[in-house]
Each structure stands twice: as structure tokens, then as C-alpha cells.
Design a protein around this ligand. Structure first.
Ligand code: PLP
Length: 412
């Protein structure tokens, strides 16, 4: 290692290479050597077709192509264009019309919404609560701004949402910190594919209501990155009404992303939307989050805002986009179900799964089993408690074949 290095660590643990990108790179290198047919690359968090090509909604591409030069050349207002803010509320809430104040701030993807929520609704040194199975960048984001991730066990012994573990950890943190940011990635959680049920939501809300006071406040960040790939749009938004009438000491924020829903991953667009009965809280939300935006990425991609605004201003176009997405969503759901049922047949234990881009296999020594599978040309992502399979990036046939191969690798 060169001792003449410059960067400050500032309390962060900066790895030499992002784990997921690293394994993906190895899979790509092997593909180049022995051919695509011989490699199963189930590491990628983007929806690919059966031939391994990125799925791109052609209806969205058409809108992109119709943009004027100013749509991509000009700056957007820090918090997003007025049209975008209206459109993104419709995109996030669907047919649900919230009976509360909402505040909206544009962000570069869901990632920006997560970053701004942590930075504005927790203090330096605070711990942010999420489940033990979680998307690793939560920790990167928290470390970047002097916070840490704390976890609770997502599932109890019966494979249900572990409300006891959630409540215990939440109470401990809120008593110590006076406030708490909870990140709940649902529906179609990354990395497990779990979606909180209506009953789970009731328990989470009830538990937070019991522990919050005028001195103790909680922010619930709903990371909804996969909401449009879980199943029926209304059904998977049924939790939203549970958030509109919460007491003033609980602030729900929806992190909405255009990356997956509109296949605009690279355009870096999304929004954070708060729901509250208190107008001052909504106004403050917009003011502080715009301030943070100005101090980090400044403004977001204007062309993506225009694309979304055009889609939501044209009912026929919106229908076309929704229909095109539905086809791909159903393809993804079939893959997930094929993996789940084949795991059952093969006797492979998987983490409770509902829908989405990923499923997970709980196991000891995930790194060793991951390496064993690589000998067979299969690339999965080892996590602390198991292996993540991206059903979004492999065909239904490969999803079906995977469990038996993992089972064999576990026998090492
Ligand atoms: N949250 C989760 C759990 C994700 O997996 C992702 C993307 O992979 C995101 C949020 C946000 O992605 P983006 O910033 O591209 O919207």
C-alpha cells in the first residue's frame, strides 16, 4: 500500500471496492472468457430481459426523444419544477389522495431522499434504525454524514415481521437519542423481497405512537424504490392511509424513485414526500431539505422532471407507460414465484419472500458458498446473513434451476 495517500477517513470504513460491483465485475469477466450462456449473473439490481439486456420502457424513451433543448440544458429549481412536484405526488400515491399536508423535494433518485432524511431528521452521532437484512448503501449514506445504522431482527422464529425486536430497539434508541429515523424498505424489500402486511404496518405505527411524546419524535422513512414492481398498484399502496393521520410527533416520509418505475436509473431522479397534519412541519421539511440539496447536489436532472410531468399530463401516455411496465412487472413476478416454488421443491430455505427484484437465502458462511457457486458460473451477492439472488437479472428458467444448485453448494 502506498503510504503517500491523502484521504481522511472521518470515521468511515471505505472498502477498496464496492462488494456488489466487484462480484458483478468478476461475473462479466467470466462471461467475456467463457460466454454468456455459461454464466448466471444474479448480482445486478436492474431489471434485465431473458437475454441479459437492460429493460428500458420504450414509451418513456419516446418522451425523452421529444424533449426540447432547454428541458435538459436548463437548471431546475432546487426543490424541483412545479409540474414535477405535482406529477411525482401522483406517481408515488397512485389513486390514494392524502388527507394531510404534503411537502415535496426533488432528489437524485431514492438515494438522495434517504440521504436528506437522515441528515435533517437525526443528529450527528445518532443511530438510524433498519432491519438486519438491509440495503448496504444505507450504511454508506449514514457514515458519510456522521451517523450509524442500528438493526433489529426482521423476522421472528415463525418468519413473521418481528414487531417485538422492532419495538425493543426503537424504544432503546428513542429513549437515548430523543428522536429516531426508522427506514422501512417496502414493498418488495431489498434484499429479501418481503413486503410489510397491513397487520405489520398497524403494529409498527402503534408501537411508535406508544413511544413518541413531545420530547421523543420519530421519522418513518418508507423506502418505496420497488413499489411499482410488487404487484397491483392500489393493493401495494394500501399502507399509505395509515400514515396520513399520525400524531405530530411522527413524520412519515416517502422516498420515491424514478429509477426502476420509469427505467430512468441513470437520470438520477426521485423525490422525498412528507405527510403531516401540521402545515409548519411540511413547510419546515421543504425548507431544510432544499437547503441540504443546495449543499450537496444542488439541483436535480431537469429532463427527468419534464419526462415525468409530460407522462402525468397526458392520460393516454400514462396508460401506455403503465401497461408497458405491467408486462415487465409480471415477467419479474413470474421469476420470483419460480424461484420461490423451486426452492420449496429443492428443500432450500429462503427468507420470507413476496415480490420484487431480489430474494435471499439464509445461510452460514455466505462468502464460502458464494465462492463455491462461482465455480459453477453462478454469481450471487454474499451478505452478513446469507446470499442475495437478483431474480431481476436472470430468466425464469434460471430462477427455477438456481435452488438445486445452491443446495448442492451448501453441501460442501
Ligand atoms: N432503496 C433501495 C432498497 C434500492 O435497492 C435502491 C436502488 O437500488 C434505492 C433505494 C434507490 O435507488 P435510486 O437512487 O437509483 O433511486
Amino acid at each position: 500500500m502506498n503510504s503517500f495517500l491523502f484521504a481522511e477517513q472521518n470515521g468511515r470504513i471505505v472498502p477498496m471496492e464496492d462488494k456488489i460491483f466487484g462480484i458483478n465485475r468478476q461475473a462479466k469477466e467470466l462471461e467475456a472468457k467463457i460466454g454468456k450462456e455459461a454464466v448466471v449473473n444474479a448480482t445486478i439490481g436492474s431489471l434485465l430481459d431473458d437475454e441479459g439486456r437492460l429493460v428500458v420502457l420504450s414509451s418513456v424513451v419516446e418522451v425523452m426523444k421529444s424533449l426540447d433543448a432547454v428541458d435538459y440544458a436548463d437548471y431546475a429549481p432546487i426543490g424541483g419544477t412545479v409540474e414535477f412536484k405535482k406529477a411525482v405526488i401522483k406517481a408515488a400515491f397512485g389513486n390514494f389522495e392524502p388527507d394531510c399536508f404534503t411537502g415535496v423535494v426533488a432528489t437524485p433518485g431514492g438515494t438522495g431522499a434517504i440521504r436528506n432524511t437522515i441528515s435533517n431528521f437525526s443528529k450527528y452521532g445518532d443511530e438510524i434504525l433498519t432491519s438486519d437484512w438491509f440495503w448496504a448503501p444505507y450504511s454508506t449514506i449514514a457514515q458519510e454524514i456522521g451517523r450509524k445504522i442500528a438493526t433489529y431482527e426482521l423476522f421472528d422464529g415463525e418468519g413473521h415481521f418481528n414487531i417485538e425486536a422492532f419495538s425493543k430497539k426503537a424504544r432503546e434508541l428513542i429513549e437515548r437519542q430523543g428522536r429516531l429515523v426508522v427506514i422501512i424498505n417496502t414493498p418488495a424489500h431489498n434484499p429479501t423481497g418481503y413486503s410489510l402486511t397491513a397487520g405489520d404496518w398497524d403494529k409498527v405505527v402503534e408501537s411508535l405512537e406508544l413511544m413518541c411524546t413531545s420530547e421523543r419524535k420519530a421519522t418513518i422513512l418508507v423506502d418505496a424504490a420497488y413499489i411499482d414492481f410488487a404487484g397491483d398498484a392500489d393493493e401495494y399502496r394500501a399502507f399509505l392511509p395509515k400514515l396520513e393521520k399520525l400524531p405530530e410527533n411522527i413524520l412519515p416520509i416517502i422516498a420515491y424513485s424514478l429509477s426502476k418505475t420509469f427505467t430512468l436509473y441513470g437520470m438520477r431522479s426521485g423525490a422525498m414526500i412528507c405527510m403531516t397534519q401540521n402545515k409548519d412541519v411540511a413547510d419546515e421539511f421543504v425548507r431544510v431539505c432544499e437547503f441540504s440539496a443546495r449543499g450537496t447536489w444542488s439541483n436535480c436532472t431537469r429532463s427527468a422532471m419534464t419526462v415525468l410531468s409530460r407522462i402525468y399530463n397526458d392520460a393516454a401516455l400514462l396508460k401506455k407507460v403503465d401497461e408497458e411496465r405491467r408486462g415487465y412487472r409480471d415477467m419479474l413476478l413470474r421469476r420470483g414465484k419460480a424461484f420461490e416454488s423451486s426452492a420449496k421443491e429443492a428443500g432450500l430455505a429462503i427468507v420470507p419472500f413476496d415480490a420484487g427484484f431480489f430474494a435471499s437465502i439464509p445461510c452460514e458462511s455466505p462468502d464460502a458458498i458464494g465462492k463455491e457457486l462461482q465455480k459453477d458460473g453462478i454469481f450471487l451477492v454474499p451478505l452478513a446473513k446469507g446470499l442475495r439472488v437478483s431474480v431481476a437479472s436472470i430468466s425464469e428458467e434460471r430462477c427455477r434451476a438456481m435452488p438445486a444448485k445452491v443446495r448442492a453448494a451448501q453441501g460442501i
